[in-house]
Design a protein around this ligand. Sequence first.
Ligand code: 5CA
Length: 438
Amino acid sequence: MRLSRSFLPTLKENPAEAQIVSHRLMLRAGLIRQTASGIYAWLPAGLKVLRNISQIVREEQDRVEAQEVLMPTLQSADLWRRSGRYDAYGPEMLRIQDRHKRELLYGPTNEEMVTDLFGQTIKSYKELPQVLYHIQWKFRDEMRPRFGVMRGREFLMKDAYSFDVDYASAVATYRRMMLAYLRTFQRLGVRAVPMRADTGPIGGDLSHEFLILAPTGESGVFYDAALDEQDWLDEPVDTNSPEELEAFFNRVTTPYAATDEMHDAAAWEAVPEARRREGRGVEVGHIFYFGTKYTESMGVSVSGADGAQFFPEMGSYGIGVSRLAGAIIEACHDENGIIWPDSVAPFRAAILNLKSGDELCDAVCEQIYSKAPEAFLYDDRSERAGVKFADADLMGHPWQIVVGPRSAKEGRVELKRRATGERQELSVDEALALVLAG
Ligand code: 5CA
């Protein structure tokens, strides 16, 4: 993308309405704009981030054989009456009437709809397990939307739903999903620690939240540093083996980890002092096992091996995709701006033309840009070098390729790594190889 022609409105000043760093930086870097309270438009660079996050989430869901669908945002109130949640859900639910005075709602979550969809389709135990997911907008009429996309009213969620033949199989599915989550967050360049959680309005008796450490997080967190040391991408777990899944689950859940709501001071004292990590966290994912709560209340059964009907065991698994854009910034920034992890950055590099209009500088920049126009944000504006450097730091591209008249003459550029500030002078080809690698 060429910056001179892009819809990328950066701001020099901190917007007064933004209380936390990610909200400030998302507005300043031109990623989002508010259109109504708790509702945001995603601008081109922000949308790229949202898509990059979604794609990693999708790949890790597919890897554990969850199947992607796309359910609508609008749902019929009758579906929710079947589970009894229409009245129970309260004022967070946005209720809508169509021209025929039929009651609809903008989905805050999809347990009812997916259970109905499952019931229309799956008739026998032989077709289990089934795991369906989608990445879709939700609406919750939060009392106090705040912190930008971190607590919005409309937000993008990945929600998955599982149907199993019995408890043992449902728990294996839950554990498989836990592994998928740890891999997902690691690929997104952040550490999210799973913690035992309350189930709230979703219901059920087994639940974990995944929290990213950030000073502005809404929950207090306490955990054993042993949880920071694992590499989940290389974790050799055979996800078809319930025994291996159990061993993995025990490894993850044995070290102490709890939010303030579930904190147990005595157990905390037992963690060696050097390993105690205490701070605040942002919830980026939440998984639930709730057995037959929805299949039973909605009358969705399938036939078993003995020919008798039974209610499949369910779980649901959410990731806050739009919240993650903010949460990643909370975890990855400095005083100059965002420091995107490579995997989510909207552009791999900015090309900073220090002398736009100079024949040689323009030619070198165009040559680099033409190699991968989608990967670069080419700063071709006739701005001062200082403005270009500041904007590139603010926007947080992993690399900056600096093209100035002196080095351009020798066919060389300066390459800066945003995360470390490290600079090196390289040939154009060497710089391209580094920036476009991986
Ligand atoms: N049905 C279940 C799992 S699919 C469910 O709705 N779980 S949840 O309520 O915990 O939401 C899942 C994730 O969505 C949360 O972990 C959080 O990351 C994100 N989320 C929830 N509310 C908001 C909100 N108001 N703004 C942004 N993200 C949110």
